[in-house]
Write a protein that binds this ligand. Sequence first.
Ligand SMILES: *Cc1c(COP(=O)(O)O)cnc(C)c1O
Length: 383
Amino acid sequence: MTLDWILACSACANTRAPDGLPTVCDLCGQPWLVRYRRAAPTVTARAEVRRGHGMWRFQPFLPLAEGEQPVTLGEGDTPLLHLRRSGAHLGLRDLWLKDEGVNPTGSFKARGLSAAVTRAVAAGATRLVIPTAGNAGVALSAYASRAGVRARVFAPRTTPPVILEQVRVFGGELELVDGHIGDAGRLAAAWSAAEGAYNVSTLREPYRIEGKKTLAFELAVQFGWTMPDAIIYPTGGGTGLIGMWKAFTELIEAGWVRGTPPRLFSVQAAGCAPVVRAFESGADRGEPWPDPQTVAAGLRVPAPLGDRLMLQALRESGGGAVAVSDTELTEAARVASRTEGIDVSPEGGAAFAAVRQLRENGTLRAEDRVVIFNTGAGWLYRG
Ligand SMILES: *Cc1c(COP(=O)(O)O)cnc(C)c1O
């Protein structure tokens, strides 16, 4: 089977063949990005993907060889819902929500891990390991089981209990960690080195980003091959933002959509906002956030490896970064669930709270087409 792409370093000029189990750039330690070496996706292929199902229908832009079967649980094809009532409250006529909570395992993490597990298992990995703030561990456990390989999950002891239980339900070998995802990351890396397990931590392997690109591909299909004006995205490790930025670039290059890509806005919790702080100070890297605290577990990432790429995506797209308090995000999630009948997670609530700020300060105009991401299901945080 020939893999028709290479890995190009996101920071230096280094490249590498895609064989084996890639980690980060061996010269500078920054993440690899996939660069395809196949014929450019045609406009005929565009009609075909529109008729297909699930995230793997976007194969022309995904790391899957001709005829190869992915490890899948039917992820993707999530609803894009027009928010008439919330839009009226917030002063936005054209407000939408992409509900990622209905994915297998309850969050958009399914997309990235479907892609990462597909490639890891194809390359011969039989043991996988991940540090997680929660949902990535659930998704890895499920996809590893689906592929018949083992998954070890390092998660903070303070992770919401239902999420920890879901890891066990899907057969993940759960290791509780005193500390945050950064501490879990160090333990996972050590365990990976000691046991020879493949570490699928955010941006330490190149394929989760590719799976996350399908968020943007689906928006393009759902909006009839047009792009929204702004995307409001609750940000932790950054795979969603970086993936969508890469996807819009690839869609424009292929001539599948025209116009300007959306302004990307990162939302973080005030108790852990390294990307917001770096954005505001004009820095091109973040500083590790001391003592990260928030109920929005997915946003509790004090030192994301992808900070450079996120900041680039926010600035190049003309977007921005917003911090909201835990009180604001919890209340916004509660109101949104009651107003719309959608099971909004704390992270999704953060996006609603950010839209309010961005509308009030005039960054978003009344007529803008705005998409909020509900990145996970609210039920994972209850109990
Ligand atoms: C992981 C996670 C996030 C953060 O995602 P990134 O794209 O890695 O920044 C946001 N919300 C939820 C529910 C998550 O599980």
